[in-house]
Write a protein that binds this ligand. Structure first.
Ligand SMILES: *Cc1c(COP(=O)(O)O)cnc(C)c1O
Length: 379
């Protein structure tokens, strides 16, 4: 049992290691004889008092499993500190709780719906002002940032795949305005926002970091330049809101991170192939693919066409959420709360690690079925 910050830091002393290596090596126990390679799960609501070792005393304040996970994600993002939460939304709520209640936040016009809903609630209950912008228009983001406390960027954005120019935005932000980047879609292997001027990086670790659709978790990462007082306020919010990750979830997410690089490499290569195939299909009106990563979105003519396509799939799973080893997709407008600016026929796709030929064949047969040419085996 340890959370003494002077121990456990073997990998963070090797910041020059590549992210693929850090994903495997960071957040391990000290290499002493007979130590386990993996940080064991420590189910503890409380700890014996009286020590000055840096132990936290109570299970809502800390756990060695959180520490190991936080160390690994901080190392991956090139950050100095991370805080893990019960979910991505709990992490988002921790940030909103730490800025002035009557302050101003700039949000993407398209972003994770829960974040937009949460900001809206802060607006109604606490007087937070929310300005929404097109994040692909850096000048518009900077105009909206004038007098704001926080600019919240999600890039690539869910579900429209909008991409922001982080360098242009961070370079032009007024003094005192924080930049948060939701890095869930890109992962630290494809984008490291702290190195591009972000103060806070947010992950729904539920998605790519855990990678197996079996855990809910959120993580915030802070850099050397992030205001230490802000980090303390966010940590205080985690304690007071009880927004803490489960110890099993922290273990699962860290285990998932060990294979992040190979999962993502496979999924990204397949996404590139599938984006090409889909853009050549006459039924697909538009492919939204940023050119990297394993997320894309396609647009079919309308909701019923998209639903018919989805109903004919045999391998791809129609499910919300993303970033797992299994390929999933979702017609976002099936949710009544989805923005009406998201087209009815838009389908968000999360490419997994199955063989690309099987993924492609399944998409092709479902598109053919919609066209009325049924090519499924045995039919
Ligand atoms: C899923 C998601 C969230 C919310 O995370 P949860 O873990 O579901 O609470 C936030 N941002 C993005 C981009 C997401 O995809």
């Amino acid at each position: 049992m340890q959370s003494d910050p002077s121990h456990q830091h073997a990998a963070s002393e090797h910041q020059e290691w590549k992210p693929e290596t850090l994903a495997v090596a960071a957040g391990r126990p000290d290499r002493v004889p007979d130590a386990p390679l993996n940080q064991p799960i420590v189910p503890a609501s409380t700890y014996v008092g009286g020590s000055d070792s840096g132990l936290v005393g109570y299970g809502r304040y800390g756990n060695p499993g959180w520490t190991a996970l936080e160390e690994a994600v901080a190392a991956l993002e090139g950050g100095t500190r991370a805080l893990s939460f019960a979910s991505g939304m709990a992490a988002a709520a921790g940030v909103l709780a730490a800025i002035p209640a009557d302050g101003t936040v700039v949000l993407p016009e398209h972003c994770y719906l829960g974040v937009a809903g949460l900001a809206d609630e802060y607006g109604q209950r606490h007087g937070l002002s929310v300005r929404t912008v097109d994040i692909t228009d850096s000048a518009a983001v900077l105009r909206a940032a004038d007098g704001a406390d926080l600019v919240w960027i999600e890039t690539p954005a869910n579900p429209t795949m909008d991409v922001a120019d982080l360098d242009a935005i961070s370079a032009g932000l007024p003094q005192g305005c924080l930049l948060l980047v939701d890095n869930t879609f890109a992962t630290p292997l494809l984008q490291r926002p702290l190195s591009q001027g972000a103060d806070i990086v947010l992950h729904s670790a539920t998605k790519f970091l855990s990678g197996h659709s079996d855990a809910l978790c959120g993580i915030l990462v802070f850099g050397a330049a992030t205001d230490a007082d802000l980090v303390s306020r966010i940590e205080a919010a985690r304690k007071l809101h009880g927004a803490t990750p489960g110890v099993l979830e922290a273990f699962l997410v860290l285990r998932g991170i060990r294979t992040l690089a190979v999962r993502l490499r496979q999924a990204e290569a397949s996404a590139k192939v599938l984006a090409g195939l889909l853009s050549g299909d006459p039924l697909v009106e538009r492919v939204r693919y940023p050119g990297f990563g394993s997320m894309l979105a396609i647009e079919l003519a309308d909701g019923p066409t998209a639903d018919a396509f989805i109903d004919n799939l045999q391998l791809w799973v129609h499910a919300t959420s993303l970033g797992g080893v299994e390929s999933t997709l979702e017609r976002r407008r099936r949710w009544p709360s989805e923005l009406t600016s998201v087209p009815e026929g838009l389908i968000r796709m999360s490419v997994g690690v199955e063989h690309v030929d099987d993924l492609a064949a399944d998409l092709a047969q479902a598109l053919d079925a919609v066209r009325g040419l049924d090519r499924r085996p045995g039919q």
